[in-house]
Design a protein around this ligand. Structure first.
Ligand code: FAD
Length: 363
């Protein structure tokens, strides 16, 4: 069964009219689905497709089914953008539901920092609004934050209001030869030497960090030259990238983080301790690491054969104070997939889901 409501009201009526035990599987573009519960109603969000930009307020209200690239194309006409760079071009609703962001999280914060309002639908069809086109909204409870990263367990995200940022005039990428030790130097230099990248993205497999600067043409040039000079003094090689090579690097890194098959586990902790963990940890066979080091995030990417080593790795990372969640489980047995997702499910989300969705419709 498939349903594709085109308005909040229609989605609300649909949910209110279902049998209490009817499982519902929320689908945006469907690129990052969990194992399917038998007999689920597939609720597609792609009909929730409106964009209401308030350029003067730097805010935009957007239906959950709009893809981030579509939203950014509309905002580009006003020289604005949403400063989030998740690696796959999914729907805005899924981006909020999975709290998906990319390397720019270091400069701009994550989804929860840029969501300033939401319209949610509970499993029984109840509609709840919070926030709006006001960036510093101090009045009332901030419901929108409740669903960031809850993966649709608590509510269907119908609409979100996002904060927009001005588009930079120019950007520049620098590739830095870097194992974990050089990564530490790169971070220290970035904090101490007045170089201010918007993003640092490290791949263990290539032993290279991609550093991105944004600003004016002259500004990004000066910043990247300064970084190269400072790193050279530490014996670390760095190469400036032209636009085509920067694109190619981003594509390769996205492909690594969204593998066709295998499990992606995201670890998050204090930046200094996650770096220490990377320095002392050798990846087991079939597993590789990627990191947004300034934000304390490490992605552990396992091919299907390597997935069994993940619980032990997570336990080890917990000693550094890390928390973890499974972002993707493709090409592994459903039981393994469910097992991993449940093992890492946040207990608070489970408790809230018990309260707000007692029939576990949204599972
Ligand atoms: C726990 C987790 C963390 C992730 N973190 C990142 C990240 O940091 N960076 C990154 O680039 N990618 C991340 N991803 C991948 C990211 O979800 C996808 O790249 C992208 O958002 C998928 O878009 P989609 O429309 O295809 O989503 P879908 O595959 O359609 O849905 C993805 C998940 O979100 C739920 N969902 C979708 N729409 C809604 C809605 N409107 N309301 C409620 N729930 C909804 C779905 O039920 C499903 O569980 C993460 C995925 C997961 C599961």
């Amino acid at each position: 069964m498939v349903a594709a409501p085109t308005s909040i009201e229609e989605a609300s009526r649909l949910l209110a009219g279902l049998e209490p035990e009817q499982p519902v599987r929320i689908v945006g573009e469907g690129t990052n689905q969990e194992p399917v519960v038998a007999g689920s109603l597939e609720l597609r969000t792609t009909g929730l497709d409106w964009i209401d930009a308030r350029v003067d307020d730097l805010t935009v209200a957007v239906g959950a089914g709009v893809r981030l690239s579509e939203l950014n194309a509309v905002l580009a006409e006003a020289r604005l953008r949403i400063a989030l760079d998740p690696v796959a071009d999914g729907t805005v609703g899924a981006m909020v539901a999975t709290s998906a962001h990319g390397a720019m999280v270091w400069r701009y914060g994550g989804v929860r920092d840029l969501v300033i309002g939401a319209t949610l639908l509970l499993a029984d069809g109840t509609v709840a609004h919070s926030g709006g086109h006001v960036i510093k909204n101090v009045a009332g409870y901030d419901l929108a934050k409740l669903v960031c990263g809850a993966r649709g367990r608590i509510a269907l995200v119908g609409e979100v209001v996002l904060r927009a940022h001005p588009r930079p005039q120019a950007e520049r990428g620098v590739l830095v030869a870097s194992g974990p030790a050089e990564l530490r130097t790169l971070l220290e230099v970035s904090l101490a030497e007045r170089v201010e990248p918007v993003a640092i993205d490290w791949l263990a497999a290539s032993t290279e960090a991609l550093v991105v600067f944004e600003g004016t043409e002259r500004g990004v040039e000066a910043q990247s030259e300064r970084l190269e000079r400072v790193l050279r003094a530490h014996g670390i090689a760095a190469t400036e990238l032209d636009a085509a090579r920067l694109d190619a690097e981003r594509t390769a890194r996205a492909a690594f983080r969204v593998p066709r098959e295998g499990v992606v586990l995201r670890l998050a902790g204090r930046a200094s301790r996650m770096l220490a963990w990377l320095e002392r940890t050798t990846a087991p066979p079939g597993i590789s690491f990627a990191s947004y080091p300034g934000a304390g995030l490490v992605d552990v990417v396992a091919d299907p054969g390597g997935a069994e080593a993940l619980p032990a790795l997570l336990d080890d990372a917990r000693r550094e104070g890390a928390v973890g969640e499974v972002r993707r489980a493709e090409g592994v047995d459903d039981a393994v997939g469910f097992g991993l997702v449940d093992r890492f499910a946040h207990p608070l989300v489970t408790r809230l889901a018990d309260e707000l969705d007692p029939e576990r419709r949204f599972r």
